[in-house]
Design a protein around this ligand. Sequence first.
Ligand code: NAD
Ligand code: DAU
Length: 358
Amino acid sequence: MRTYLVTGGAGFIGSNYIQYMFRKYDNTIRIINVDALTYAGNLENLKEIANRENYTFIKADITDKAAIQKIFEENDIDRVVHFAAESHVDRSIRNPEIFVQTNVLGTAVLLNCAKAAWEQEDGSFKEGKRFLHVSTDEVYGSLEKEGEYFYETTPYAPRSPYSASKASSDMLVKAYMDTYRFPANITNCSNNYGPYQFPEKLIPLIINNALQGKKLPVYGDGKNVRDWLYVEDHAKAIDMVQEKGRLFETYNVGGHNEKQNIEIVTIIIETLQEQLSDTDPRKALVSKDLITYVEDRKGHDRRYAIAPDKIKAEIGWEPETMFKDGIRQTIQWYFEHEDWMKNVTSGDYQKYYEEMYE
Ligand code: NAD
Ligand code: DAU
C-alpha cells in the first residue's frame, strides 16, 4: 500500500486534496497528514475521514527537523505532497518573517528529510519515490498587458513577501532536482476557491460579509484580475502530476477563468440573492450597496493568468468545473456550514479583521 505524507492537510486545499484522494483510492492508499494547526489549519475540515484506519494525523511544525525526521524514520513514505505554508498575501505584507520561516525553511527541512530517507548508497533514489511541491502562479509576478500568460518558461518575478517566499522554496526544490536528481515536481497554480477556504481570502470573505450585511471591501479600483480554479480540479491535477507527470518538471495549473475582482463580488451578490429563499432573513441584507472601495493592497499585482497548455498536452488534465457551477456549489456549502464559519471567525479572526480593515 502506497503511503503519502501530506503537509498542511488541515488547510483549505490540503483538506480538499485528502478528501479527494480517499474518494478516489479508498483503502488502497495510506495518508499521514502533518500540520502545525496554525490559524489556517482546522481539523474540523477532516472530521469525515478522521477515523479511517488508513489515515493518521500528526501535529508538527515542518520547521521542526527532529519531528519531521522521526516521521520519515517510522514510516516508509512513498509520496510527499507539500502544501504547508503561510498563504495569505496581506498577512505577508504585515509580517513577512513567518513566511520565510515556514515557506522557505520548512521546505528545506522537508527536502532534507525526504532526501535522507530516499537516497541510496550510490546516490540514486529508491524506485517510486516522489515529492510534489505545491506552489503558486504569483511567483511569475504581475501581467500588465492583455493576452499575456504565465508559462512554465516565464521568468520568476515575485513581488510580495508571500510570493518571494514561495519563489524561494521553488528554487530550493529546483536545486535539489538539479544537484541530486531528487525525484520531484513543482506545480504552480492559480487562485483556488471552494469549500473550507478561510474567510481572509476574497471569495469566502465576501460571502460571509454579505450574509451579515457587512461592507464588502474591494481593494483599489476592483479591476485586478485573478484566474479562478475550483479546488477539486486542483486536487485532481496534483494527483495526475504524481501519476503521469515527468519527474523534474514544473506544471502550471489554471482555470482559464480570468475575472476582475469586482466581477467576482457582483457574481457572489447575485448568486446569493438567487439562492436565498424569500423567507430567509439574510436575503434582505445582501445588496450591491455593501460594495466599498478601500485602500489598495501595497504592491498589488494587476493580473494573473495561467496557460495550462503543458499539463493538458502531457497529462490530459484540464479544468472541469465551470465557474458558474463552482461558485454555486461553494455558496451552497457555506450555507450548509454556518457553524464552520462561526468557529473559524471566532477568536483571533476578529482581531485580524479589525486591524486589517478598520
Ligand atoms: P491554507 O493557509 O488554507 O493552509 C495552510 C496549512 O498549512 C494550514 O493547515 C496550516 O496549519 C499549515 N501550516 C502552516 N504553517 C505550518 C508549519 N510551519 N508546519 C506545518 N503546517 C503548517 O493554505 P491553502 O490555501 O490551502 O494553500 C496550500 C498551499 O497551496 C500553499 O503552499 C499555497 O502557497 C499553495 N497555493 C494556494 C493557492 C490558493 O489559491 N489558495 C493557489 C496556489 C497555490
Ligand atoms: O494566485 C494564487 C494565490 O491566490 C495563492 O498563491 C495565495 O495563497 C492565495 O491567497 C491567492 O492570493 P490572492 O492575493 O490573489 O488572493 P486573495 O483572495 O487574497 O485576493 C484575491 C484578489 O482580491 C486580490 O486581487 C486582492 C483582492 N481582495 C482581497 C481581499 C481579501 C479585495 O479586493 N478585497 C479583500 O478583502
